[in-house]
Design a binder for this molecule. Structure first.
Ligand code: BES
Ligand code: MN
Ligand code: ZN
Length: 496
């Protein structure tokens, strides 16, 4: 998307159409539109053409320089606490502009309409809504989706806002690009995105300032990451362990570790999932896709921070060579694990990857995983589960969460429940015996056994990664959840 910012009036627009945010009893906005447009706007508003209904968008024509120019009016709520509503408005107008075959628009900044002197949040959220809603996954369709909208010129009289947009529009485009890459990876069918295929893609497309190391199944076994081996060994598509390093800071204390679950397909293994639960299991690498997008974003913005990203990639299949319930495996950390259920595979591969992450003495470890159906049952698809062994971390990431519109709800790491993970025959078992209660918490407690009390955040995105029902901004199927959340979190708290 081409994004520009201009400080003159809308009257001079050379774009196909002009988009103007309005609200009930809006005073004259002549200063930003120019007289002619404001006069016509008054006529329209005095008629009953515009009703000021929620998210109402209507258009009319004005003659400018002897040509008819289409003007879209967007009803916008004044002073909303969260930018979500601007994203939804942006997504809505993008749909209308594409239906109308509009290529370029001039957009009057929300901040000018509100005369809002401090925040820059509304126009940038509106732009996010426009950009995210343009995503479509049509690689496997012979007839491709097509959108016309390519260019947005933001018009403002505020020097502060103009410098903000000039400084940030390249970042917006990068965010847009990498969120879309994460979505594409998740949407790609599991026959085309195997562990080796995913690892190859990472190597081929990583930002030039990233260093990527790939361990194949033999190297994984040699290192003693036996839980990853155990999960992957039933499949003809063997596992990979991808380590991505970004060194952006000279100070080695700014050291963040990120781990993403990369199960390219989760059949459940020997504990085979039933029909109905299998069809979406290509999404079980959403955590790894999000982490890949985050490190690329950080590298593309040259942020002064050091990142170690770990992506364990496996296919969890049924078969003669697959792990059996009751198998006992020695993890990379040395703790032994009795695998009671092969469908609780995410925590197994994450255990080895998390323990690997502790080896670089990080300031924080963040993991993101489509970990439990229990989390989806508890929170649905609009909100991910948040766990942390530090109060300040859950507070900090929750603050970012409301700004980026990727909701989190914190669940507790009750120590009492950890007793359910004690095994009769090994140090740990990978699920609670008996009742299936508190599944998301039990899974998080299992992971906690492998982070050695390092400051740690665990995000369970089983519900939010993949949308079975269409979301107005994030669409259908892969949502890209977690990319902006983790990126902005690291940017705010670990870039010094
Ligand atoms: N990948 C699933 C979790 C999942 C379920 C993600 C539904 C998205 C939608 C995970 O590997 C899994 O199967 N978890 C089991 C754990 C159980 C066997 C303890 C589950 O949640 O049922
Ligand atoms: Mn599973
Ligand atoms: Zn899984």
């Amino acid at each position: 998307m081409k994004i520009l910012c201009r400080k003159k009036v809308a009257l001079d627009s050379r774009k196909d159409a002009i988009v103007i945010p309005i609200y009930k009893n809006i005073p004259s906005i002549r200063a930003i539109t120019g007289k002619k447009i404001d006069d016509e706007l008054r006529t329209i508003l005095d008629s009953n053409y515009f009703n000021f209904e929620e998210k109402e968008i209507r258009s009319f024509y004005v003659e400018l320089n002897k040509k008819l120019k289409k003007i879209y009016l967007v009803n916008t709520p004044k002073e909303v606490e969260y930018p979500e509503v601007y994203r939804e408005l942006g997504a809505k107008i993008a749909g209308i502009l594409n239906d109308d075959k509009i290529y370029s628009i001039s957009l009057i900044a929300f901040e000018d309409i509100y005369n809002e002197k401090k925040s820059n949040a509304s126009t940038s959220a509106f732009m996010e809504g426009i950009m995210f809603s343009l995503y479509s996954f049509d690689r496997y369709k012979t007839k491709k989706a097509h959108h016309t909208l390519e260019e947005v010129e933001i018009i403002t009289n505020m020097t502060r806002l103009k410098s903000y947009i000039d400084a940030n529009h390249a970042e917006w485009n990068d965010i847009f690009k990498y969120v879309n890459i994460a979505k594409d990876l998740v949407n790609t069918p599991p026959n085309d995105l195997t562990p080796a295929g995913f690892a190859d893609y990472v190597v081929a497309s990583a930002h030039p300032s990233l260093k990527v190391t790939v361990l194949d199944e033999h190297e994984i076994a040699e290192r003693g990451m036996n839980l990853i081996t155990a999960v992957g060994k039933g499949s003809g598509n063997p596992p990979r362990f991808v380590h991505i390093v970004y060194n952006g800071a000279t100070d080695t204390t700014n050291n963040v570790a990120i781990v993403g679950k990369g199960v390219t397909f989760d059949s459940g293994g020997t504990n085979l999932k039933p029909s109905g639960s299998l069809e979406r299991m290509k999404d079980d690498m959403s955590g790894a896709a999000a982490v890949f997008a985050v490190v690329n974003l950080i590298a593309s913005q040259n942020l002064p921070v050091n990142i170690n990203a770990y992506l364990p990639m496996v296919e969890n299949t049924i078969g003669g060579k697959a792990t059996r319930p009751g198998d006992i495996v020695k993890s990379f950390s040395g703790k032994t694990v009795e695998i009671l259920n092969t469908d609780a595979e995410g925590r197994l591969i994450l255990a080895d990857a998390l323990y690997m992450a502790t080896q670089t003495d990080p300031e924080i470890i963040i993991d993101i995983a489509t970990l439990t159906g229990a989390c989806l049952v508890a929170l649905g698809d609009q909100c991910a589960g948040l766990f942390s062994n530090r109060k300040f971390l859950s507070k900090n990431i929750s603050d970012i969460s409301s700004e980026v519109g990727e909701d989190l709800w914190e669940l507790p790491l009750y120590e009492n429940y950890a007793a359910k993970l004690k095994s009769k025959n090994a140090d740990l078992q990978n699920m609670a015996s008996g009742a299936k209660n508190a599944g998301a918490i039990i899974a998080a407690l299992f992971l906690k056994e492998f982070v050695e009390n390092y400051p740690w955040i665990h995000l369970d995105i089983a519900g939010t990664a993949f949308l079975e029902e269409k979301h107005p901004v994030f669409g259908n199927q892969a949502s890209g959840f977690g990319v902006r959340l983790i990126y902005q979190f690291i940017k705010r708290y670990y870039v010094k």
